[in-house]
Design a protein around this ligand. Structure first.
Ligand code: NDP
Length: 541
């Protein structure tokens, strides 16, 4: 149950961690370690499956009153939670950095700042986004009918996030779920349990009514217990393999799921692009969070004429990056999250080597640092037939391949089971848009990279094996409500022509509906009026 993170360069640390793991097994706790140093960050009691069920029950009870609150009341709590975050911004960033290994500055820029923006946006706009909407019903309106859609919350939303953005992803989803009138139970990753508890504390300090946001701590079994407790929805972020397990388990209760899964995101650089900017974007897109972002640049395709210059710029910039523990403000690339993750990176780099690609820089664990550090690695001569160009690496590698034509670039980018994000770099905006629309991915940037998860106003989610459903934006909010159609007949003086009893006159009228009314044209429909009146008269007798 406990995380055993091995530190290859330090036997004493490993022995100490093994001892801690044994002790924690007895006390039924998760021990959170700093992957950069191996130091214990803290411990969290594991929530048993029975306690998870109880938490969901409590959340169901809390929902009965929370759903009655107004949007304005909910917004007050969300804005208070925002203030709580702002008042301890450095403390939170240090905690995220300690548990995940990412640089302290990146915890602010890529987690705290975007989620603060998301909180203010949904606090201020959910009412407008969920405003009951009139639906045009064509000729039925002429019969005195009208239709309106109202949106109801689902009940309890279960959130199961990954460890890579342990603060912003669950907190943002929780805030959206609350604004839509739901209550929430979050099962944080076992690698980042204290960041999960921090989210609960923030809402508590914001004065949110009891049990509207609860945390269930633990590993996969705790997540499985949350799914089995049949919440109204599961918002899952993680691997394809776990996503499939969750979808299967959720199907037992017909619980609907949003799945935010892996990526193998391509960056396409045309020869007419600003190569200096593209190189900087590639370096940030591939190496921020040590490459452990679902929308990391995992494959770069550069047009043949620009390959040499772009590659040189990328290598130069990569060699300048400072890799160190996350708490230093000068660190650009921090530690990786776990030994398991670093092992995947090693396997993929070896696959590139064996397949004939060239490691231009990096390609190894950092020999001067004790923790889980893998050097930012630039690889050339990569091609799509290499295994590591198909499987998600989720680490600091940037493989570069070349292409000749626009069609080649699109074909290479789409040659993947994944389709989360992509980017296209060109000075020709028409070409950028044209190519973007042909890429099979949920978000495609032109002359930008990776960061659109940070724009809470826009939908986030994948094509193909990168997921199902959306988070963020109006589309994400729609995942957290159930639409109800209210249909009103304002006239209600006469029976409907399609009611019983049926007769030859009825069947003749139905033919008229099929031929004329179903054209949607008033003029055509006018042709069946005599028949319609005959039928009404028949019913009215
Ligand atoms: P996992 O699939 O291993 O785990 C994700 C979450 O599911 C964790 O909280 C995990 O718990 C939990 N879990 C594991 N098994 C079960 C189970 N049987 N039932 C319920 N919950 C379970 O993914 P990682 O944490 O390794 O995350 C990395 C993946 O996440 C990458 O593929 C990445 O691309 C993807 N990702 C996708 C994003 C997107 O928006 N599309 C964003 C961020 C990441 P525990 O960790 O405690 O084992």
């Amino acid at each position: 149950m406990n995380i055993v993170t091995n530190f290859p360069f330090c036997d004493i640390l490993n022995q100490k961690m093994d001892a801690v793991a044994k002790e924690a097994d007895q006390t039924n706790e998760i021990v959170s370690y700093n992957p950069a140093t191996g130091a214990e960050v803290g411990r969290v009691p594991i929530t048993s499956p029975e306690d998870v069920r109880t938490a969901v029950e409590r959340a169901r009870t809390a929902f009965q009153s929370w759903k009655k609150t107004s949007f304005a009341e909910r917004a007050v709590y969300i804005m208070k939670a925002r203030e709580m975050i702002l008042s301890q911004i450095d403390e939170i960033a240090h905690l995220i950095s300690a548990e995940s290994g990412k640089p302290f500055g990146e915890a602010i820029s890529m987690e705290i700042a975007p989620v603060l923006d998301l909180l203010q946006y949904f606090a201020r706009n959910t009412e407008k986004l969920l405003r009951p909407a009139r639906v045009g019903i064509g000729l039925y309106a002429l019969l005195g009918r009208s239709s309106r859609i109202v949106y109801h919350p689902l009940g309890v939303v279960g959130i199961i996030p990954a460890w890579n953005y342990p603060f912003s992803i669950p907190l943002g989803e929780a805030a959206m779920a609350l604004m839509a009138g739901n209550t929430v139970v979050i099962k944080p990753s076992e690698l980042t349990p204290l960041t999960g508890l921090k989210i609960e504390e923030i809402f508590e300090k914001a004065g949110l009514p009891a049990n509207c946001v609860q945390i269930a701590s633990g590993a996969g079994e705790t997540g499985a217990a949350l799914v089995d407790a049949a919440p109204g929805k599961i918002m899952f972020t993680g691997s394809v393999a776990t996503g499939k397990k969750i979808a299967t388990a959720a199907a037992q209760n017909l619980t609907s799921v949003v799945l935010e899964l892996g990526g193998k995101d391509p960056m396409i650089v045309f020869a007419d692009a600003n190569l200096e900017l593209a190189a900087g974007a590639a370096v940030w897109g591939a190496f921020c969070n040590s490459g452990q972002s679902c929308s990391s640049v995992e494959r770069l395709y550069v047009q043949e004429g620009a390959a040499e210059e772009l590659t040189r710029k990328i290598i130069e910039k990569t060699r300048q990056l400072k890799q160190d523990t996350g708490y230093k403000e000068t660190t650009s690339v921090g530690a990786m999250s776990s030994e398991r993750q670093i092992a995947i990176v090693e396997d993929h780099v070896e696959d590139f080597r064996a397949a004939g690609a060239k490691i231009e820089t990096g390609g190894r664990r950092n020999p001067s640092l004790e923790g889980l550090f893998y050097e930012p690695t630039v690889i050339t001569n990569a091609s799509n037939d290499m295994r590591a160009m198909q499987e998600e690496t989720f680490g600091p590698t940037l493989p570069i391949a070349t292409f000749a034509t626009e069609e080649d670039a699109i074909r290479l980018a789409n040659d993947s089971e994944f389709g989360l994000t992509a980017s296209v770099w060109t000075r020709d905006h028409a070409k950028g848009q044209r190519v973007a629309e042909q890429i099979e991915a949920g978000s495609v940037c032109v002359n930008e990279v990776l960061y659109t998860h940070g724009i809470g106003q826009t939908p986030w989610g994948g094509f193909k094996n990168s997921g199902r459903g959306r988070t963020h934006g109006r589309e994400g909010l729609m995942e957290l409500v159930q639409p109800q159609h209210i249909h009103v007949n304002r006239i209600a003086l006469l029976p409907d022509a399609w009611w019983m009893p049926y007769s030859p006159t009825a069947v003749m009228t139905f033919r008229g509906f099929a031929r004329y009314f179903a054209t949607g044209s008033v003029l055509q429909t006018a042709r069946m009026l005599p028949q319609l009146l005959k039928r009404i008269k028949e019913l009215w007798k």
